[in-house]
Ligand binder design. Structure first.
Ligand code: CA
Length: 221
């Protein structure tokens, strides 16, 4: 899963990126409203964390702009003060959730994870496909109850497919969601990752739909 962090406070931004990476996400950052708005318009994200107090263009204007353009990505707004008027303004502008500073990083990660799950149509944080389970809250992956160690890219690809059971996901879409903006995106890498996941979880775990993409079955349904 790929997340955009729009936050001008360097320390908070670094902490956010670190926590997101620890939980298996990949993150892009912007330090002012204009850059943030541009990234939200041009790149693909599974969720956006948006500070309201930003230089150049304030967070509320950024959010209003995205929503007017039809961007549907879930947005969690960070407010400087825990005041009801900031929350109401944020929600009216199209925020899906908000958190007041200072916040606990674990709460923020849990909220981002919940936003993404809801957006992808799943209500539970324990995702199951056959023998494989992914706890979206902790990032832990097991097969038949045994922990499986994955690389960061393997984990992101698995998480993206497991959030969308039964859906055929194209290589291009996977490429968009598992790399950050600075990565040299190479869709051939997707095939390599899928093959590595098949070695770890069984050949039939990921189905190839020739010319269309990849799919993980919907055993939980
Ligand atoms: Ca700020």
């Amino acid at each position: 899963m790929r997340v955009l962090v729009v936050e001008d406070d360097r320390q908070i931004s670094r902490q956010l990126v670190q926590a997101l990476m620890t939980h298996g996400y990949v993150a892009d950052t912007a330090r002012n409203g204009e850059d943030g708005r541009f990234l939200g318009q041009t790149e693909t994200y599974d969720a956006i964390i948006l500070d309201l107090g930003l230089p150049v263009l304030d967070g509320l204007s950024v959010l209003q702009g995205w929503r007017q353009e039809g961007l549907k990505t879930p947005v969690l707004v960070l407010t400087a003060r825990d005041t009801w008027s900031d929350k109401v303004k944020g929600l009216r502008a199209g925020a899906d959730d908000y958190l007041a500073k200072p916040f606990h990083m674990e709460e923020l990660i849990a909220r981002v994870e919940a936003l993404i799950r809801r957006d992808k149509g799943s209500v539970r944080s324990l995702l199951t496909s056959g023998e494989v389970q992914l706890d979206a809250a902790t990032g832990r992956v097991t097969r038949r109850g045994e922990a499986v160690i994955l690389t960061a890219l393997e984990h992101r690809l698995l998480a993206y497919l497991m959030h969308r059971p039964g859906a055929i996901v194209s290589k291009a879409e996977l490429t968009e969601h598992i790399y950050d903006q600075d990565f040299d995106k190479d869709s051939n890498v997707i095939e390599v990752l899928v093959n590595r996941l098949r070695k770890k979880f069984g050949a039939g775990f990921i189905t190839t739909r020739r010319g269309l993409g990849y799919m993980i079955g919907d055993d939980a349904a």
